[in-house]
Design a protein around this ligand. Structure first.
Ligand SMILES: [Mg+2]
Length: 307
């Protein structure tokens, strides 16, 4: 199966059905009828620690599972694992990408089933407020995560959000399945390199496509037919936000109250998504570039993006 074949888990249609009022929906459609492309036509969401809070405990479990995998499956010295995993995460975006770069090879499905398959998903609770918010945004919504598709499906189901997105870009979307375990004879000593890099020696490149690689992000956007200038990107990772900005997306850092370089807006919780949409609407309204209309539909927490 080609990478493109795995782009969508669910539909990748342009405009999703909406439970919003007919008037707001009509406004959106009116723009199409007038051949006026809406300035924002896609919202892109990270999954972990973005659609649910960091304090769920899932992130801590993941980290421990990764370290256990390194010891139990790759036979890395336990005393080195913490420093090595931190270093690889810092340099490659994910520990897995870093492990592959320095010469470890392993079956991706095996890795994911070890790291994600053992998570206590009962820690994730249904979030009807977020579900209501998402379903009432008549605009295409896509998940973009470095995690595997099984994890995405399980997490969305636990959160009660499985029908809120029109597409999913996940690990399998960007990476081909790989083979069995083997390690290069000469693993790259990244710990030594971090202390005293040899002259002219650079960190090896990873074969894994993932955020925050701008190359991987541009590839993902092309596969999902997302125009960066018309999309808003939500993520809890500062590096991912800055990379997203680098590829031309408008950005919202989630789970923080501190504005950082590269973030157009900051949200402490994804529940406040309408704050970000309103802010971005005001910015673009000033230049008469965008039509985003909020509607008080049913619950007062609902925002309707009409263009
Ligand atoms: Mg995240």
């Amino acid at each position: 199966m080609s990478r493109k074949d795995t782009v969508a888990v669910g539909h990748m249609s342009g405009v999703p059905p909406s439970s919003s009022s007919s008037s707001s929906k009509m406004s959106y459609e009116d723009l199409y009828h007038k051949n006026q492309k809406p300035k924002v036509d896609c919202l892109i969401f990270d999954l972990d620690d973005t659609l649910y809070p960091l304090n769920s405990g899932i992130a801590a479990e993941c980290l421990q599972n990764i370290r256990d995998y390194m010891v139990e499956k790759l036979w890395i010295e336990k005393s080195e694992v913490e420093e090595l995993s931190n270093l690889l995460y810092k340099n490659y975006g994910t520990t897995m990408a870093g492990l592959r770069a320095i010469g470890y090879s392993f079956n991706y499905d095996d890795y994911h089933s070890f790291v994600h398959g053992r998570l206590h998903y009962e820690k994730l609770k249904p979030d009807p407020v977020l579900r209501h918010l998402l379903l009432n945004l008549p605009i295409r919504k896509v998940i973009f995560t470095n995690a595997d598709r099984i994890h995405v499906a399980k997490a969305l189901r636990k959160l009660g959000l499985e029908d809120c997105f029109q597409g999913i870009i996940c690990f399998e979307t960007l990476n081909e399945p790989n083979g069995e375990f083997f390690n290069e004879r000469n693993l790259f000593d990244v710990l030594q390199h971090s202390v005293s890099p040899a002259p002219g020696v650079e960190l090896p490149k990873t074969p894994v496509f993932c955020k925050p690689s701008e190359f991987a992000m541009e590839y993902a956007l092309r596969l999902a037919n997302i125009e960066p200038g018309r999309a808003i990107f939500f993520d809890d990772s500062v590096r991912n936000i800055q990379a997203a900005k680098g590829v031309g997306l408008r950005t919202v850092l989630v789970g923080s109250s501190h504005r950082i370089k590269g973030a157009d807006f900051v949200l402490e919780s994804i529940h406040n998504i309408r704050e970000a949409l309103s802010e971005l609407r005001e910015e673009t309204d000033k230049s008469e570039d965008i039509v985003l209309r909020q509607s008080n539909i049913a619950a007062k927490t609902v925002t309707s993006v009409t263009a």
